[in-house]
Design a protein around this ligand. Sequence first.
Ligand code: PLP
Length: 382
Amino acid sequence: MIYLDHAATTPMAEQVAASMQPYYAKDYANASTIYEFGERSRHAVEHARRVIAYSLHAHADEIYFTAGGSESDNWALKGTAEAYKERGRHIITTQIEHHAVIHTCSYLEEQGYAVTYLPVDARGFVSPQQLEEAIRPDTILISVMFANNEIGTIEPIAQIGRIARRHRVLFHTDAVQAYAQVPINVDYYNIDLLSASGHKFYGPKGTGFLYIRDGVKTASFIHGGGQERGKRAGTENVPGIVGIGTAAQVAMQAMPERMYREIRMRDWMIREIQSRIPGAWLNGDRSTRLPNNVNFSFTQVEGETLLLLLDAKDICASAASACSTGSAEPSHVLTAIGRDKELASGTLRMTLGESTTWEEVRMAVDAVEENVRLLRDVARMQ
Ligand SMILES: *Cc1c(COP(=O)(O)O)cnc(C)c1O
């Protein structure tokens, strides 16, 4: 099998599974107890918190464990909206966010907040100038994703952070696709809140974290016990937290090498597809994109059929994102970068990972070329 869908989820690293194992059975104690047995769980949780904090140049007490990227996004938006509602009720985001941000914003609109959804250009970039112009006296939060999960475009986060800081507006970034893929320093980028998800960087599913800068107010997300400094109640998912901590450590260590390797493979695939297949339109920017993301729209090709043909060759890829599969409408991201309905429907995303080999990317490009030609031949005969 050739797995080219790492943006949907990643396989768990072996070290991650091994590190979690003891906390399912032998070391089962509740991390919030005071006896020595519980200390072991508590230490494991706090170790994971330190590892993740270190990876972002943050402090351990700024990391809050959650049950995934969607929860982190929900908390970042609803939590700050609630905590700062006296200061203002305006939020700025983009048209290409993940649904965990977009749908939370529409919920907040129903609650009386105003949301500006910034457009993006043809390559998927938000304009920092337009963003600055959208800031109003009642703006409390800017939420712009670090990198897009469909087209891979990396947003001008440094500029956005500087603008947010200058106007004293909080800056949240959904870094689910970027964390452990590219280096992130929350101080350098002036990031106040950052979402990440374990299963996107070789960790366990159902784990995640939210970075909340010291001094930033957020409403509690789950009311109950005093876990996560009283902001996210519930007995800690010790095995999951240990797993996401190990995943962060392993993925950060592997990042520089993986990054360069993936970039070489990515650029080779893009060049080959563009030179061998006519009517292939690259989605996203040529170089300011995630190291592992290749995304094309093909004219006269039905994307779902192409995926099935690739699947028959044991190649796993995606149309747009896992979340919009099965929907007849073109993805909101492709629409936002100006792809018409027909071209958008012929979209193929291939996302590379730690275990991807040159042999696999060569076979994948061959299979794409062959099947795009086949589908066009069939269309011509009809
Ligand atoms: C996958 C993803 C999420 C959701 O993360 P889950 O852990 O699956 O809830 C949010 N944002 C982006 C950009 C993603 O790619």
